[in-house]
Design a protein around this ligand. Structure first.
Ligand code: NAG
Ligand code: NAG
Ligand code: NAG
Ligand code: NAG
Length: 172
């Protein structure tokens, strides 16, 4: 019984120690890069190959007198209809942020000109960020803290497991 409890404790501890540090850095995308939110840019091509994850942002920069940024449903997106937007992301300064805080498709378009010059963008927001390939500089602090803690806990845990084990064996 005690042997079993010790084993369980060791396994649980191993899981806690081995749990990956999640990569939480949200990414900010400037839509259209240095061409921003303007006519005659194919935003489908702009979005190609990009992965949008929960918590990322889209940053729209545009002439506030000519354009805006509205979220519509799939049908209205396909037909460039801006009459009943789901959400108006326009604040008025020509600098707007769309926070991708829901795992869904976001259908965005320029409502002033009804997708004027192809100004429409659909992005699919996914839940899981990719596993970090290498620790970015700014999280080294926390990573090394966790690693340091693990380096301390693991030998202590192994030591106590073997001590208890020895005690159990001696009792048998
Ligand atoms: C989008 O909204 C329009 C107008 O409210 C509606 O007719 C259409 O069925 C909706 N499409 C979807 C996919 O929800
Ligand atoms: C969106 O909101 C902005 C800022 O409040 C407002 O000026 C604009 O008229 C709104 N546009 C639509 C289509 O609702
Ligand atoms: C996502 O952000 C928008 C705008 O800040 C907010 O209105 C909405 O409630 C948020 N959704 C969730 C699921 O948090
Ligand atoms: C943008 O590019 C996509 C993929 O190449 C294409 O299917 C689409 O028709 C283009 N859109 C416009 C408005 O040219």
């Amino acid at each position: 019984m005690a042997r079993f409890a010790v084993l369980i404790a060791a396994v649980v501890l191993a899981f806690i120690v081995a749990a990956p540090v999640p990569e939480v850095a949200a990414k900010k995308y400037t839509v259209g890069e240095n061409k921003f939110w303007n006519p005659n840019i194919n935003y489908t091509i702009w979005a190609q190959g990009k992965h949008f994850y929960l918590g990322d942002w889209l940053y729209f920069v545009f002439d506030r007198n000519q354009h805006n940024i509205l979220e519509v449903n799939k049908t209205d997106y396909a037909n460039c209809i801006a009459d009943h937007p789901i959400r108006n992301w326009t604040r008025g300064a020509g600098r707007d942020i769309v926070t991708l805080n829901e795992t869904k498709h976001y259908y965005l378009l320029d409502g002033k000109g009804g997708c004027y010059g192809g100004m429409k963008l659909a992005v699919k927001v996914e839940k899981l960020p990719p596993p970090p390939k290498s620790a970015p500089a700014k999280s080294i602090g926390s990573v090394s803290m966790v690693t340091g803690l693990a380096q301390f806990i693991v030998p202590v845990a192994l030591f106590s497991v073997s001590t208890v084990w020895d005690a159990i064996l001696r009792m048998c």
